[in-house]
Design a protein around this ligand. Structure first.
Ligand code: PLP
Length: 390
């Protein structure tokens, strides 16, 4: 047990996940590139091999290195998890958690607003393993219980949907699932452990794309799977069986990113609210999908379960032509056009929600904004100049 257990998250971010108590230590674990690890005796090798699934036990590079174990330990403490496994991307975290928690013949419920790759994996890969996928209304809450069958084993959801920003009733879903022994897997990338700790709300597995806020600089790609005791080993063994692992540099970048995560999240919280509030008062805007506003779906759940808001939100504009929308997006100078988010730079991207269990009824275009660390007044000036083009 870490001496930082129950310490404020800022202390964990600074003091955990690195060496302590040794003279002459580096502040940051070095970048460790290694495959073969040598042992003095065959007996020592065999002990390491028998313990190869344990975080902290060095055996072979693919199973982890001291630096990657530091990173797993840090995430465990941030999430209050029994165990954490790091993988090569956020998508790998989602897909391997799902693979590790399911088997042929299972029925899996997936929120209708999930990230596009989660949906593609479920439809194109998980379904081929004999798992039946059913999409459900992301705002179903505890009533999701009505969808459980005898063979339902997993609920996969996201808080919020990273394109359409509905905030689910995390506690209600977790409660219903626990009653039936169904495992809940939540993509918590948007909030990070700074603004929400889903395991403390009853969720079994929280996955993160560390390529977003955790790394925070739009460079390293990495994923995290933080688990309860019951879910940890089956998922970790699946990751090891598949052979996924993050690169040494990515481990280093994620550890470094985490040190400043709290500062960066607080900055995007403030800047995001400032830009979202300004946009809400514009005549071109129908709705701003930011949880601080009470018309954001699931606003009350956000208030109950989150302590802040990330800098990623959506805006529904009044209906316009495709050409005008393109002209607006292309003319923004402070906002880059590209996927992903959570880095230091502001981004803009039109989003087309894909729904099968519910419908998306907005008529006008939905555009997603990632607010970065530029001067907020300059971001607003840029938007003010471009909005009349819509
Ligand atoms: C909510 C969410 N989860 C997971 C991912 C995937 O993460 P990665 O790009 O690290 O694979 C993304 C975006 O890329 C995302 O928006």
């Amino acid at each position: 047990m870490s001496k930082l257990e129950n310490s404020p998250i800022r202390n964990i971010l600074v003091h955990s996940g690195r060496e302590s108590g040794k003279n002459g230590r580096l502040v940051n674990p070095p970048i460790e590139i290694g495959s073969t690890i040598l042992f003095d005796t065959l007996a020592a090798f065999e002990t390491a091999r028998d313990r190869r699934y344990e975080s902290g036990n060095v055996y072979y590079g693919r199973y982890g290195t001291p630096a990657s174990f530091h990173l797993e330990q840090l995430m465990c403490e941030l999430e209050g998890a029994h165990g954490c496994t790091i993988v090569s991307s956020g998508v790998a975290a989602i897909t391997l958690a799902l693979l590790g928690a399911t088997k042929s013949g299972d029925h899996v419920l997936v929120a209708d607003h999930v990230y596009g790759n989660t949906r593609s994996f479920c439809d194109q890969v998980l379904s081929r393993t004999g798992v039946e996928i059913e999409y459900y209304d992301p705002l179903a809450g505890e009533a999701i219980e009505g969808k459980f069958r005898d063979n339902t084993t997993v609920v996969m959801f996201e808080a919020p949907g990273s394109g359409t920003f509905e905030f689910p009733d995390i506690q209600g879903i977790a409660k219903a699932a626990r009653r039936k022994g169904v495992i809940t897997i939540l993509d918590g990338t948007w909030a990070t452990p700074i603004f929400c700790r889903p395991l403390s709300l009853g969720v079994d597995v929280v996955v993160h794309s560390g390529s977003k806020y955790i790394g925070g600089h739009s460079d390293g790609m990495i994923g995290f799977i933080a688990c309860t005791e019951k879910t940890h080993m089956p998922i970790r063994k699946t990751v090891m069986a598949v052979g996924d692992k993050p690169g040494a540099q990515e481990v280093h970048l994620a550890l470094r990113g985490l040190r400043t995560l709290d500062l960066r999240m607080r900055r995007v919280h403030d800047a995001g609210i400032e830009v979202a509030t300004w946009l809400r008062n514009r005549p071109e805007v129908v709705k701003v999908l930011h949880p601080v506003f009470d018309d954001c779906p699931g606003h009350d759940y956000w208030r109950r379960d989150f302590s802040g808001a990330a800098g990623l939100f959506g805006v529904v504009f009044k209906p316009t032509t495709d050409d005008k929308l393109r002209h607006f997006v292309d003319s923004l100078q402070m906002f880059g056009i590209g996927v992903s988010w959570g880095g230091f730079e502001s981004l803009v991207l039109p989003v087309k929600p894909l729904r099968t269990a519910t419908s998306w009824s907005e008529k006008g275009p939905l555009v997603r904004f990632n607010i970065g660390f530029e001067d907020t007044a300059s971001l607003i000036d840029d938007l003010e100049r471009a909005l009349p083009l819509l």
